[in-house]
Design a protein around this ligand. Structure first.
Ligand code: SF4
Ligand code: SF4
Length: 284
């Protein structure tokens, strides 16, 4: 079993509880114009358009397949800007055993692993196999297994993942269907249902809501978040603020979400009796 991986972070303190190894899987079923990692959305089709864009000669097309020489790469990311389908020529293919080996290497520093993306659940079979292998290994079984997801996965997918998953961090991009479609290219019914499924299983670690000026900072959206969270029962809510870091295309012209607007929304959520409400710890 292999995964197409965009990036590995050997440890992170911002992707779930404690210190975690994070796998960012390649490929996403949303196409958010405001994405901070747009090069994780597409899957490379070996077109070769990025090869001449690399000033280091780190890319080549051999027998119709893109090849990446990591030793030559100076991480300028010019290849990512050349790709017409928001993919990356720098992904790596990792097996379950590869990831287990990384966890063993870093074990003294880790509380768990988080699978993010792209969208983690696009490669759900790998996630299921990896988490099952972690739990079956006596040396690794104490690590918690978390998924960071946009929630665009049906109940049958969650049925397979939930028994081996300890926590889910789930993004709701918007409540008004038209706003959600504008921000993601997809409907939000699966994401809302995924939050309910994770909460019912006692594994919804965090419900995340991205505030984007002119889209999701309205009273109607915050009121909808309050109503939805009340329906779920006690849940930690994380409000995120749209920033420009990594964003490409027209969304670079969108205004940044001001801190005051996020703090006002957080105050409204707290006044509504919702439990833990978290705001960004860093403002760019
Ligand atoms: S990020 Fe690396 S592979 Fe991509 S263009 Fe720059 S040097 Fe070449
Ligand atoms: S990363 Fe993009 S530009 Fe490069 S070969 Fe793949 S699809 Fe083509």
């Amino acid at each position: 079993m292999r995964a197409n991986v965009s990036k590995v972070l050997r440890w992170s303190a911002v992707d779930g509880p404690g210190n975690r190894l994070v796998l960012f899987l390649q490929g996403c079923n949303f196409a958010c114009p405001g994405c901070h990692n747009p090069h994780t959305i597409g899957i490379c089709n070996n077109c070769g358009d990025c090869v001449p864009a690399c000033p280091q000669g780190a890319l080549s097309l051999t027998n119709g397949t893109i090849a990446f020489d990591a030793a030559r790469c100076d991480e300028c990311d010019l290849c990512l800007r050349a790709c017409p389908i928001s993919a990356s020529p720098m992904t790596e293919s990792l097996t379950v055993e590869d990831v287990l080996a990384m966890l063993r290497q870093n074990l003294p520093f880790l509380n768990g692993i988080t699978i993010s993306g792209g969208e983690a659940t696009v490669q759900a079979k790998f996630v299921e196999a990896l988490f099952a292998a972690i739990k079956a290994d006596p040396a690794l079984a104490a690590l918690s297994c978390f998924i960071d997801s946009n929630g665009h996965l049906g109940p049958q997918g969650w049925q397979r993942l939930m028994p081996v998953t300890d926590g889910v961090m789930l993004d709701i991009k918007a409540f008004a269907p038209g706003t959600h479609a504008a921000l993601t290219g997809r409907r939000n019914d699966k994401s809302l249902e995924s939050a309910r499924i994770a909460q019912k299983a006692g594994k919804l670690y965090e419900l995340r809501f991205l505030m984007v000026p002119g889209f999701t900072d309205s009273d109607a959206e915050i009121d909808a978040l309050i109503a939805f969270a009340r329906g779920l029962g006690p849940v930690r809510i994380k409000l995120n603020a749209f920033q420009h870091h990594g964003v490409q295309g027209p969304a670079r012209d969108w205004p940044k979400m001001p801190r005051a607007g996020v703090e006002a929304a957080a105050a409204k959520l707290r006044a509504a009796g919702l439990g833990e409400v978290v705001t960004p710890s860093v403002w760019l």
